[in-house]
Design a protein around this ligand. Sequence first.
Ligand code: AMP
Ligand code: MG
Length: 359
Amino acid sequence: MIIKLVGGSKTVILEVNSVNPEAEKIRVAAKIIQEGGLVAFPTETVYGLGANALNSTTVLALFKTKNRPLDNPPILHIADTCQVYQLVQEVPKNAELLMKHFWPGPLTLIFKRSETIHKESVAGLDTVAIRMPNHNVALSLIKQSGTPIAAPSANLSGKPSPTTAQHVYDDLNGKIDVILDGGPTSIGVESTVLDLSVDPPLLLRPGGTTFENIKTVLPTVVLHSFVTSEQDVKVECARSPGMMHKHYAPNAEMLLVEGTVQAIISKITTLSEQYSGEGKKVGILATDETQKGYSAHVVKSMGSRFDLDMVAKELFKVLREFNENSVDVILAESVPLDGMGLAVMNRLRKASNYHIIKV
Ligand code: AMP
Ligand code: MG
């Protein structure tokens, strides 16, 4: 099979087998990376927008394409643990333990960076974020490219992260050459970010590897206060720059209602009637158990309250769907904070721009 990408303003979507990626398609994509281009590719968390991590010019182009603030460094993706040793000053013992347990997988580790990495690529920080994704398309692409790949989520900055090739296309068509389409991602929220350059180790962003699971391997780990924060924390954010920017926002204003399930239902029902009365189109982000009890312009479920893994998987897709229904306001339910619920609630709070109503 010979694949030729013809230059033009359109972005090409290349369907690729997610278990056994076709070698020719991976070669085409890897060549683009090597030549300084950008390739969107699936990982187990969300789709990434990849660039050669060792080429600072390309990494800067990546920021520009996404409209990403320059102070928010991307995660470097590797395909073999050996690559870590070239990118960092030292690999602490607890990092080796975590790598063994959780890689490949949705856990990003922060190390003190080596000189191999240009400071432009890490927003001037003296640290670097690294992970090995658990997805054969991502791993094959990194191996074939022969370089670590810097890859933030493949969306426009501020929008919900992409969990399908179509989401990437909707945001970046015409701005990148190719999207490798390996189907919907399995986890649906980004990786957990864990800082090992400080003591005790600090969880900076909840994600696909749960706090509870990390604690079983690394009992000293603690949550940074903004992981569970109920307000926009602007102070002392240098440690995890990404946390201070607008994120995951649907087009409509969103209100997040937090409390017991009964109190949430009752508050959302009242608010829905109030907004509808004002002539607004209301969207409700409900759960399987509560969905049928509401009436509004559009009611969507993010999944069952008893399956927060599934809620994480559906969340960004459902947030994007509200844009298609062009609602004026979204009233969202909260979910429990256990397991994947911590990552889901962090995304919901940010998506609502911390417009939280406690009931
Ligand atoms: P994204 O690639 O959009 O999923 O976001 C990457 C996340 O990793 C952001 O929250 C960044 O702030 C965080 N990150 C990347 N590099 C570093 C670093 N060196 N130190 C702390 N956080 C980082
Ligand atoms: Mg992102």
